[in-house]
Design a protein around this ligand. Sequence first.
Ligand code: PLP
Length: 411
Amino acid sequence: MAITPTPSSSGSPDSVGPTPAATSQPGQDFATRAIHAGQEFEPGTGAVVPPIFMTSTFVQDGIGNFRGGYEYARGGNPTRDSLQELLASLEGGLAAYSFASGLAAEDTLLRAILKPGDHVVMGNDVYGGTHRLVNRVFVPWGVTLSTVEMTDLDAVRAELAATQPKVLWLETPSNPLMKVSDIAALAELGHSVGALVVVDNTFASPYLQQPLSLGADAVVHSTTKYLGGHSDVLGGAVILDSAELAEKVGFLQFGVGAVSSPFDAWLTVRGIKTLAVRVEKHSANALAIAERLVGHPAVSAVHYPGLPGHPGHELASRQMRAYGGMLSLQLSGGPAAARAFAESTHLFQLAESLGGVESLIGYPTEMTHASVKGTELAVPEDLVRLSVGIEGVGDLVDDLVTALDGLDAQR
Ligand SMILES: *Cc1c(COP(=O)(O)O)cnc(C)c1O
């Protein structure tokens, strides 16, 4: 069966498909684009919300004569295209590609760039699954990997000079220590040795920062988190501003096939419409919680870039619109207290993941970061991570303080 390349509407030069008239202009406010980019009303009925195109294939008006360019849904589906156009607009990219998960997006991007013999430099606190993907899938295939402290530009410069990598991969704020690294400076350093600079923008979301505008070459997302925003869909995305790389990623999206389903794409679009208001509230709640927990006797450290004492505060204030909804705490009572605390909150539910409207608590050592235990990416064992939701902040503070006071009583 002959299948033409993706009819992505988002600018792949291979594109054979439709480019729906954009309902939003590039200069418009972020919140406006979050609601309108790629979201034309349905022309046949006037339905304000474009329907979910739950179809695997498209009728041809004659052999090779496609309606709107659509042929087979792995290559292109209007619902997926509407999400991709929206993501490209929000990150200020030329093209976006959506996938079945964040890791599927990362895998596809890395396949488009790397070949055996190439080297990857990544932050020493990237998402554990990203490290595992490179370390256990790409390294056995012949790629080499090293990690570096991304907040130390001298260390990065030395590592780049020594290894001449093909990819420099960073995440800011980082998980779970909320370290902030300088995207513009790192992009310049990466480019000085010919590396492609990739930013995992999952924690910040495009509402808080847009790495392409700071010089990065590619942005990846787990759209499972803030973009979807409601803990009800798994997804990922790659956003690019080079036509050449877009062509390669677009081909692999089609040729490897880890695409997002139309329903998942639709749910993600629905989530993104409220991204701006959600992230404002996530950020305000997290800041209030961080301020309240500093100095609590059961807490030895609060890691939140919105606190003036945080080492990345000044940089975050320049680089980000607000400080986001993620924070982590270290407990005075050590690992046992951290575990007990993570198991004793009520509104903060014990679960992996982040970025949803509901607050979550996690113990990274045994949960999100279990795969990096014992490596240089291991995290402190007295550390608890909070994904602060958009519930009433008074209730959230009460929940945390009650649990922390309870730990004191146990001691
Ligand atoms: C969750 C996450 C990923 C992986 O995304 P999935 O959708 O779970 O595959 C990648 N990077 C970061 C920062 C994440 O939080």
